[in-house]
Design a protein around this ligand. Structure first.
Ligand code: PEP
Length: 257
């Protein structure tokens, strides 16, 4: 049985005080491991350590929003896998649409980052998703094919055993427009079949596929209630406990059903 994962991507938001207050509220409300729901927060790099301290001992895990693929050296401004582990990170987001489309990250770079994250023992949340123009042109599945094949090139099933996929249609991120449950389920089912073809079906049944794109309290349950949706990657609604905790509660309700 796949455990739900509800992840908050804080992006370039919060400061030390507001991040700590948010993390403290989540730690207090987080489900116990028996609830079948994991909670993850991904604060900006400078706050990873203090947020890690704040959630220490709770069921909330901490992840970074990105990582560089080289282990050390003259790469000004970049952060290595071991640095993330050193400050208590267990997860890392890779290939978020803002990294792809705002910061120009290619599938080749994403593949190097996925390999580095896995080799260093981080749980990688690989983000994929199509632009509105791709969807309108009927290209959603071919975009997912390209992104998945690129990101997972030369990565074995054994290496990918802790991988999490986040399907995030770009047109739904931060727009208030959410994929319908049917659109989400269709893309998730496609991704699970893609993984079964590339690896094998028992592996594809274990892998968690999160939905991201304007998830809120009022749509979380129906989206996460789809057969192939195993949680949510949440941006805007992860920045306030009163918005994020109901999404965690929706997963908890589905896990106990
Ligand atoms: C995201 O940034 O991954 C995201 C899904 O953002 P939002 O929930 O704000 O659409």
């Amino acid at each position: 049985m796949r455990r739900f994962l509800v992840a908050g991507n804080w992006k370039m938001n919060t400061n030390r005080a507001s991040g700590e207050a948010l993390a403290g509220a989540l730690a207090a409300a987080a489900p116990s491991p028996e609830d079948g729901v994991e909670v993850l927060v991904c604060p900006p790099f400078p706050y990873l350590a203090c947020i890690g301290d704040k959630v220490s001992g709770s069921a909330v895990a901490v992840g970074a929003q990105d990582v560089y693929f080289e282990p050390e050296g003259a790469f000004t401004g970049e952060v290595a896998v071991n640095m993330l582990k050193d400050v208590g990170c267990q997860f890392v987001l890779i290939g978020h649409s803002e990294r792809r489309h705002v910061l120009g990250e290619t599938d080749e770079i994403i593949n190097k980052k996925v390999k580095a994250g896995i080799a260093g023992g981080l749980q990688v949340v690989l983000c994929v998703g199509e632009l509105l123009s791709d969807r309108e042109a009927g290209q959603t599945e071919s975009v997912l094919d390209t992104q998945m094949a690129g990101a997972l090139a030369d990565i074995s099933a054994e290496d990918a055993k802790d991988l999490v996929i986040a399907y995030e249609p770009v047109w739904a991120i931060g727009t208030g427009v959410t994929a319908s449950p049917e659109q989400a389920e269709s893309a998730h089912e496609y991704l699970r079949k893609w993984i079964a073809n590339r690896y094998d079906s028992s592996f594809s049944e274990q892998i968690r596929i999160l939905y991201g794109g304007s998830v809120k309290a009022d749509n979380a349950e129906v989206l996460m209630g789809q057969t192939n949706v195993d949680g949510a990657l949440v941006g805007g609604a992860s920045l306030k406990p009163e918005l994020f905790i109901p999404i965690i509660d929706a997963a908890r309700k589905l896990a106990s059903a």
